[in-house]
Design a protein around this ligand. Sequence first.
Ligand SMILES: [Zn+2]
Length: 140
Amino acid sequence: MSEQFENLVVPGPTITAVSKPFWDAVARKEFILQKCADCGKWVFYPRGICPHCWSNRLEWTPATGNARLKTWGIVHRPGHSAWLEVTPYVLGVVELEEGPTMLTHLLLDPDQGLQIGLPLQVSYTNCNDVWLPFFKRKSE
Ligand SMILES: [Zn+2]
């Protein structure tokens, strides 16, 4: 299912100094998140200060890449025309096993009984030479 994205020329992520470790890890097919060394909470999206306790001691830490479907939408008319050839596709918010939520592309068939709580796992997808952390149905 993810092969259809390889030659898709779409705008890539905007990588900043703060988010670069995340994107570098995704390119290595590793899923890491920031974890606060003071309060112990996980943080996503990447940032400089913990949103829970305002500590600046956020440390990149290996995460499971497991999640559950929280909500989704089926895209028929994408915001950027480059995505048109893979429509319809599913975008959703997933709740990562570590707690934070993440907006992502879901490698799910829009017609196949999507439901809140569906177990998912990260699926590293090459999209025009950029690796993106999409999510797919968790394999048993
Ligand atoms: Zn904290």
